[in-house]
Design a protein around this ligand. Structure first.
Ligand code: G4P
Length: 529
């Protein structure tokens, strides 16, 4: 099926690709920025933010709200953009904190992240949480300070905050001319030039950018230019200059100033993604080896999506290609089951739009239709078996016993629970004591329960009743401690679907008192965020 020419081309194709995600707190402007990126790469003709929310056209990325209000699924897909002959794969992440686990899995599939912060608010809780995940995974981060068109903080103060709270040294690539709320343009720190932005009506179109020498800039902008230069010279003095190696190693973060809604600074971000963000590289397998980029095809499932088409109950598995060439129609193997999987229906999906994908390379995302047998985290491959590490799970903080409302529907109930587990919608915990009829659902955020409840009724025809438990904290433990922990008041040990034993506690204080009572007990925090 592979022609040699296509395979030989893989390293070149991989070098042309960037897989990245935007991490931000809700409302920082992620949807607006996504649209602006689509606009600047000519994926769409006009941005949707024309008349404010009421009159706003549905945009390429804000379809998630709709899914959410319908309670069907809150999903991530990817948007493929081409800029300067580079293919940018923007992986979408759910905005709501309750779906952090989804976001976490998406971050396992990217090579870089854009940390988007609101100029007035600085680093917000969700940004910090996602940042910690990126840091943990060694994902290089480009920072964008957004909404510079609105009154906000002092830029140097924002740099201090980034340095203090993330531990990354900010290395601004541009520096704003005009205080927040009076955004005129930026100093391009690499050339010293002034890039002036012009506002277009409603900000719906690409904003014109003009370049001026420092002398011209001084004549045009006067005091605003002088103070920008003064601040930039402070940066020069502290050595806050971009260094590719430090960036790739996660020690520094290049910073850009932007106004997504006005389309200011978007080209600079695209340039940074092309020039600085790392292309896909080989990924470590469970046995610590790697498969060469131009080896046989391999990929892993980072996201399952169901119910986009409620009539067909279709299931999409989103894979990230790791090595080789994906060609639609080829039959690959699932490493977990050893079973073949036919890829006749392969798509790219973003929002409601889907296009057929015929060929894909490392760093690309492909949506596979009819993927009911695949699980999130599965590896697909051609040639010798290869298996990538399971996707990390988040520490659950909400727990509820789930039962079928109608005992006669137990078969449907089991099928539904198995499917939700495979997709990673919720974690499922069991114990002999509670029995198969009443497993415990574990979630990072309570909205995951709502999605599970809704889907059990509408998709699997097995309405359920949830009984919330008062646990808030889980720790991994081992078989030898199972009985002793179960003997502690308020503590319960259950087995998760992946075989991990979890001890549940009402709160952290209880964890501490158990540790005092059983000094040698093995209690391992689930995810360091
Ligand atoms: P999110 O996806 O991160 O949640 O944020 P989203 O893009 O939806 O933006 C949140 C709000 O911030 C929107 O305003 C949006 O227009 C505004 N916004 C985004 N980028 C900028 C920017 O660069 N400057 C300014 N001034 N505002 C920005 P909204 O009032 O909620 O909606 P709308 O009525 O503007 O559509």
């Amino acid at each position: 099926m592979h022609d040699d020419a296509a395979t030989a081309d893989v390293p070149t194709q991989a070098r042309r690709r960037r897989a990245f995600a935007v991490i931000s707190h809700p409302d920082a402007g992620k949807s607006t920025l996504t649209e602006a990126l689509a606009l600047h790469t000519h994926a769409i003709g006009e941005a949707g933010h024309i008349n404010g929310k009421a009159g706003r056209r549905r945009t390429v990325s804000d379809w998630m709200d709709m899914e959410q209000t319908r309670g069907i699924s809150v999903t991530s897909a990817s948007l493929q953009l081409t800029y300067r002959d580079t293919v940018l794969n923007l992986l979408d992440t759910p905005g709501h904190a309750d779906f952090s686990e989804d976001t976490y899995r998406v971050l396992a599939a990217v090579d870089a992240a854009v940390m988007l912060i609101d100029a007035a608010k600085g680093l917000e809780p969700q940004t910090m949480k996602l940042f910690a995940v990126c840091k943990h995974r060694g994902i290089p981060i480009i920072t964008v300070v957004n909404k510079w068109d609105r009154p906000g903080r002092d830029p140097l103060e924002l740099m201090d905050e980034i340095a203090e709270r993330t531990g990354l040294t900010p290395t601004p690539l541009t520096w704003p001319v005009g205080i927040a709320g009076d955004f005129r343009g930026v100093v391009d720190r690499a050339t010293g030039e002034y890039v002036r932005y012009t506002h277009t009506a409603g900000g719906a179109r690409i904003a014109p950018e003009e370049r001026f020498t420092p002398e011209q800039a001084a004549a045009r902008e006067g005091a605003a230019w002088e103070s920008a230069l003064e601040e930039a010279s402070l940066l020069d003095a502290t050595g806050a200059d971009h260094d590719q190696e430090s960036f790739r190693a996660g020690r520094t973060t290049p910073v850009l100033f932007a106004s997504a809604v006005r389309n200011f600074g978007v080209h600079a971000l695209l340039d940074a993604l092309v020039e600085l963000a790392p292309p896909p590289g080989p990924r470590e397998t469970v046995v610590g080896a790697t498969r060469a980029l131009d080896g046989p095809f391999s990929a892993f499932v980072f996201k399952m999506q169901a119910g986009m088409n409620t009539a067909h109950h279709d299931r999409l598995a989103f894979i990230r290609v790791v090595s080789g060439v994906f060609e639609r129609g080829m039959v690959v193997s699932c490493a977990r089951t050893g079973k073949p999987f036919a890829t006749k229906y392969a798509q790219q999906a973003f929002g409601r739009d889907r296009t057929v994908v015929d060929v894909a390379y490392p760093g690309d995302v492909v949506g596979l239709v009819n993927a009911a047998d695949l699980h999130v985290g599965d590896t697909l491959h051609l040639g010798p078996v290869v298996q990538y590490p399971p996707l990390p799970t988040f520490a659950p903080e909400h727990f509820a016993v789930v039962r079928a409302k109608d005992a006669g529907r137990y078969k449907q109930f089991r099928r539904g629970i198995a499917q939700l587990t495979a997709e990673g919608v919720v974690q499922v915990l069991r114990s002999d004591l509670r029995g198969e009829q009443a497993p415990v659902l574990a979630a990072v955020g309570p909205m995951q329960f709502e999605v599970a409840e809704h889907r059990m009724a509408s998709e699997f025809n097995a309405p359920v009743r949830l009984e919330h438990l008062s646990y808030t904290t889980a720790r991994a433990t081992t078989q030898v401690w199972r009985d002793k922990l179960n003997g502690q008041p308020g503590v319960e040990v259950l087995e998760r679907h992946d075989g991990e034993l979890l001890a549940l506690f009402p709160d952290k204080w209880r964890v501490n008192s158990v540790v005092r009572a059983l000094p040698d007990v093995e209690l391992i925090p689930l995810v360091a965020t």
